[in-house]
Write a protein that binds this ligand. Structure first.
Ligand code: WTA
Length: 709
């Protein structure tokens, strides 16, 4: 074993930074059960031919035809302004009509949404399609009354409540572009996104439950408005939904003239019907902010026709959603997963989608399985972090409940084979297929994943490319790395697809430079073949064509499936008076995948103490949110630096993870490395925080961390 590890280390040291040699034990296949195949939406291999490259881009008609079009499109894919792809040009449609109105004729009394609040004694809220239609129309009337029109941006900072999809669909009805910010983000982070998007209206809720506490959420709206103002953006109106009708569950006072309770506005619009606005397929539907390598988050702009087609198609074929399923994606609508696979995909298909307000293990680790049993959930989608956590705190819980999933999916992080097996055997009871889905905020929907009835599952791999997606792995020179070579590189999508984001809001140059410049050789080309999409993930392709995602190649840390930019974290820490330098690095964590560790060096004249540490922690929570709270903050005498003054993040990352710091001869101050090691690892030993030995993939990630900076 030790020899093995040494061989691998030698080999990877020989290869370039992107082309890391990866050896891993091939996991066995799990074939889909015949019962699943019998009922699957895609069980005939002919579908693979329909989506083969020679049929691109017309193959995506099959997805778009799942929708109702007010006007059919003329051009399936317009590449004239590459890489700003335009799908279904000339087509017109409305997303709210597609997700609500068109299901009324046959399914008005069917549940569209079932909301489960966190307190277990609270009744579910079941919203039929008819009721959803009523709520969406009435709230659209409210928004219209405020003067909002197609193309205006509105920021939402809402928790997991049924009012959130209602708000999104009401915006979509008018063509108002929503930008939902994850409720766990701080007011400050929300304010930055309000300013970036130019929103004049903020929609929020007074309070929500999280791990048993009713949190005051309205306070964040006040902070957000203030933060936006500092960046020059005034918010005229804050619309506040109420967690409990008729009562105010927050302590923060309402601001006269600015803050309004939504239920009071709705009272004036009882029974209102708002015609869905027929929008261009290329009109923006929403913005979703995500982290990148600079401090400024990226507002990924998604389209109306392309996006909805793509999430409808992938929900149908990969999640295998049928209209009579009870489908539960245990994620938060504040992330892309919730937009695509709690709200838009499932509702476009007219199924029943479940929303859960709280934490999965509240009040105990049996909660998800009780919900699944009570509601008769048939399809379950969640993240490896949630699975790891539930496995840790309640490994035997699933067996106590009588539910039966036919399909399960996972998203957001690589899933370790061991965790996968628990998911399959215990959660799925050996009856359900598991589809691992690789994708990103930018991609709108799944792009690396196998059709569940046609491709056997292999733990740890996301499978082949999705229908109509042509994935490849390129080395630093843009050469394709052959499958089965055991070499990793940068995963790219060679062609566009309807779900891809249209641009970064307000930063078109960054859109091109971040995602396309790396492998584009001719910036004037209008041929899509010249514009591979650079996803920013390292990956390796096995001989069977399955991809295994290794993680980010940039300085983004994936905490519990959520991307945090190191620059954002560092600039937060640098706000603290005493701090001269800051560096954020990932530390491997058995439940959350990765956590952040922050290293800071102080300005001359200051001494390290707990107060500085607390200030750094607080700055990060204020600017980003609790999700980004570092596992540890290390105040070090100096940062390891190159002679040109660049902080060597890989050295401190290796220190935090007890791995090999590698070559430090190019450092200006190599002596500091040992000092930091003693300080950090000594403290970790004392706290009982010594991590397990890293896997080779983790080792490779830590070794190359910060290479992009
Ligand atoms: C990672 C979440 C391994 C990847 C939908 C990607 C994954 C980033 C997987 C996007 C998967 C996502 N296996 N890694 N199945 N899915 N990732 O934008 O690094 O929040 O680039 O979108 O998560 O995160 P985002």
């Amino acid at each position: 074993m030790a020899d093995d590890v040494q061989d691998q280390a030698d080999e990877s040291a020989e290869s370039s930074e992107a082309t890391i040699a990866v050896h891993w034990r091939e996991e066995g296949y799990y074939p889909p059960p015949p019962k699943f195949i019998g009922q699957a939406n895609a069980s005939d291999p002919a579908i693979l031919n329909r989506f083969a490259e020679e049929n691109f881009p017309e193959c995506f008609r099959e997805y778009a035809d799942l929708l109702h079009w007010d006007k059919y499109w003329d051009t399936t894919l317009d590449t004239s302004n590459a890489p700003f792809w335009r799908w279904f040009v000339g087509g017109k449609l409305n997303v709210s009509y597609n997700c609500v109105d068109r299901h009324l004729a046959a399914d008005r009394n069917k549940a569209a949404l079932i909301w489960v609040g966190e307190p277990e004694d609270e009744a579910d809220v079941v919203i039929t399609y008819q009721e959803l239609y009523r709520r969406v129309n009435e709230f659209a009337a409210v928004l219209r009354d405020l003067g909002l029109q197609a193309g205006d941006r509105v920021t939402l900072h809402m928790p997991m409540v049924p009012e959130l999809p209602v708000t999104m669909l009401a915006c979509a009805r008018l063509g108002v572009v929503h930008s939902q910010v994850f409720a766990g983000f701080s007011g400050g982070a929300c304010g930055g996104r309000i300013a970036d998007s130019g929103s004049k209206v903020l929609i929020t809720m007074d309070a929500y439950y999280r791990s048993g506490d009713l949190l005051d959420h309205k306070v964040k709206a006040d902070e957000a408005v203030e933060a936006a103002r500092k960046e020059g953006q005034e918010v005229d109106k804050v619309l506040v939904w109420r967690r409990y009708a008729g009562q105010y569950s927050a302590k923060t006072p309402m601001v006269e003239g600015r803050d309004v309770f939504v239920d009071e506005l709705l009272a004036d619009h009882k029974g209102a019907v708002v015609e869905p606005v027929s929008l261009d397929a290329t009109a923006p539907l929403f913005l979703m902010y995500t982290s990148g390598t600079t401090g400024r988050p990226k507002g990924c702009q998604h389209s109306t026709g392309g996006y909805l087609s793509y999430v409808a198609g992938t929900s149908k074929f990969y999640q295998d959603i049928h209209p009579d399923d009870t489908y539960w994606c245990m994620a938060d609508i504040g992330w892309i997963t919730g937009h695509s696979y709690i709200v838009y995909g499932p509702l476009a298909l007219g199924t029943t989608t479940v929303l859960y307000e709280g934490t999965p293990n509240y009040p105990d680790a049996g909660r998800p399985w009780r919900i699944a049993e009570r509601l008769g959930v048939t399809i379950f989608h969640t993240s490896p972090t949630a699975i790891r956590m539930l496995r840790k705190v309640g490994p035997d819980e699933p067996a106590k409940y009588n539910y039966h999933f036919k399909a399960m999916t996972t998203v957001g992080e690589p899933i370790e084979p061991e965790v996968y097996r628990w998911y399959f055997n215990k959660v799925g009871k050996g009856e359900a297929i598991i589809t691992d889905t690789w994708w990103q905020t930018e991609t709108g929907g799944f792009i690396g994943t196998g059709l569940p009835a046609l491709f056997p599952m292999k733990p740890g791999s996301c499978g082949p490319a999705a229908l109509g997606i042509y994935l490849d792995i390129l080395d630093e020179n843009g050469e394709s790395i052959p499958k089965g070579s055991g070499k990793a590189g940068n995963i790219v999508a060679r062609a566009p697809w309807p779900g891809i984001f249209q641009t970064i809001w307000g930063q078109p140059d960054r859109f091109v430079s971040t995602y396309f410049a790396k492998y584009n050789k001719d910036p004037d080309s209008t041929d899509w073949h010249d514009w591979p999409y650079f996803a920013g993930d390292g990956a390796v392709q096995a001989a069977d064509g399955y991809f295994r995602i290794l993680g980010r190649v940039d300085d983004v840390i994936n905490v519990a499936g959520h991307r945090l930019g190191t620059k954002e974290l560092e600039s937060s820490a640098l706000r603290v008076e005493e701090v001269a330098e800051a560096a954020a690095v990932p530390v491997v964590d058995d439940v959350r995948g990765r956590m952040v560790e922050m290293y800071v060096a102080l300005k001359p004249g200051y001494t390290a103490n707990a107060e500085v540490e607390a200030k750094v922690k607080e700055a990060i929570e204020t600017d980003i949110g609790k999700i980004a709270r570092p596992k540890n903050i290390w105040i070090v005498p100096d940062m390891p630096k190159t002679r040109s003054g660049k902080i060597m993040r890989r050295v401190i990352a290796a220190t935090s993870n007890f791995s090999d710091v590698g070559d430090i001869t190019t450092l200006a101050n190599p002596e500091v490395v040992e000092k930091i090691r003693q300080q950090v690892q000594g403290a970790k030993h004392a706290k009982g925080e010594v991590p397990r030995e890293l896997t080779e993939t983790e080792e490779a990630e830590i070794k190359s961390f910060g290479a992009e900076a």
